[in-house]
Design a protein around this ligand. Structure first.
Ligand SMILES: NC(=O)C1=CN([C@@H]2O[C@H](COP(=O)(O)OP(=O)(O)OC[C@H]3O[C@@H](n4cnc5c(N)ncnc54)[C@H](OP(=O)(O)O)[C@@H]3O)[C@@H](O)[C@H]2O)C=CC1
Ligand SMILES: O=C(O)C(=O)[C@@H](O)[C@H](O)C(=O)CO
Length: 290
């Protein structure tokens, strides 16, 4: 069960349902530059104090992540690395192959967290249940073999989770969801909490879309912080792990500078009014197969 203890600094951790400590905030790398510039961004993040790096086979930058980790002043075991299996690689044997390909690119002996990137769309009826289960079986095997320290899912709604958990031998430890002040996913986050699954927030800034929200601007002025910092602080205060991405050193550092203030009841109530069920950027049940 995750610890609900407050995350009060970049080094603080949640404890996953298998006892593994996981940093309370992470650095996102989707659409980051690749090669030299990408390595620089990740080194900037590690030097700023991030200890969780989020990537995926989809992002095409696992080699860049691996290089940055090797070039950093930190030991491998001081950094929590997440990757994800892409939709087109779902299935037992294909998952094992995809994992090996990711580890070859990362040049690492183990992965801290491996996620199913998206559920096979529920519109595919029985396929989605069976295919997600076959993928999960392969991940359970990699977990038992010690090649992955924690396994989880991403963009799984309660009906996806129930279909997986009713046959799983190892329960999901993490669910990474699109969550930000415009899109709260309260029901799914509550379902995860009740089932001991730690929630991560992708798109904590709504991919930049939340930065123009008048309510957040007002709260930011009140606390003398940026709107981005309000978004990230709001995710943290919900006991969820934000994964802000930026390719700019000043923003990378600023996004971690969220531990010297807190949002009060009035702030949280105002942000509550921003939630809308249609504010998602991609919905798991309508994702086209790619
Ligand atoms: N599991 C999944 O399906 C998904 C997972 N993810 C993960 O979540 C991470 C974060 O989500 P992401 O989609 O990147 O979007 P975010 O909500 O993190 O927003 C990133 C955008 O905001 C801008 N930005 C970042 N910081 C600031 C700041 N302080 N001030 C102003 N603008 C800022 C960035 O621009 P700039 O870089 O120029 O600063 C970028 O355009 C991803 O990188 C990825 O690791 C993302 C999508 C889906
Ligand atoms: O483009 C897609 O189909 C995606 O799923 C990505 O854009 C999405 O944002 C993602 O999964 C990145 O992790």
């Amino acid at each position: 069960m995750e610890s609900m203890s407050a995350i009060t600094s970049p080094g603080d951790t949640h404890r996953l349902n298998n006892g593994l400590p996981m940093p309370g905030i992470g650095y996102g790398t989707y659409l980051s530059p690749d090669d030299e510039a990408g390595v620089r961004c990740i080194l900037d993040a590690l030097e700023a104090g991030y200890r969780l790096i989020d990537t995926a086979s989809l992002y095409g930058n696992e080699d860049t992540v691996g290089r940055a980790v090797r070039e950093s002043a930190l030991l491998r075991e001081e950094i929590f690395i997440t990757s994800k299996i892409w939709n087109t690689d779902q299935g037992y044997d294909s998952t094992l192959r995809a994992f090996d390909a990711s580890m070859q690119l990362l040049q690492m002996d183990y992965l801290d967290l491996y996620l199913i990137h998206w559920p096979v769309p529920a519109g595919h009826a029985d396929d989605y249940r069976q295919l997600n289960r076959e993928t999960w079986k392969a991940m359970e095997q990699l977990y038992r073999d010690g090649r992955i320290k924690a396994i989880g899912v991403s963009n799984f709604l309660p009906h996806h989770l129930e279909a997986l958990m009713d046959r799983a031998e190892v329960m999901p430890m993490v669910n990474q969801l699109e969550i930000n002040p415009r899109y709260h996913q309260t029901a799914t986050a509550a379902f995860c909490r009740e089932n001991g699954i730690l929630v991560e927030s992708w798109g904590p800034l709504a991919r930049g879309g939340a930065l123009e929200e008048p309510i957040l601007r007002r709260i930011a002025d009140k606390h003398n912080k940026s709107v981005a910092q309000i978004c990230i602080r709001w995710v943290l205060q919900r006991g969820i792990v934000p994964l802000p991405k930026s390719a700019h050193k000043n923003r990378i550092r600023a996004n971690l500078d969220v531990f010297d203030f807190s949002l009060d009841g009035e702030d949280m109530a105002l942000i509550e009014t921003m939630d809308a069920p249609g504010n998602y950027s991609i919905h798991p049940d309508y994702l086209s197969e790619e």
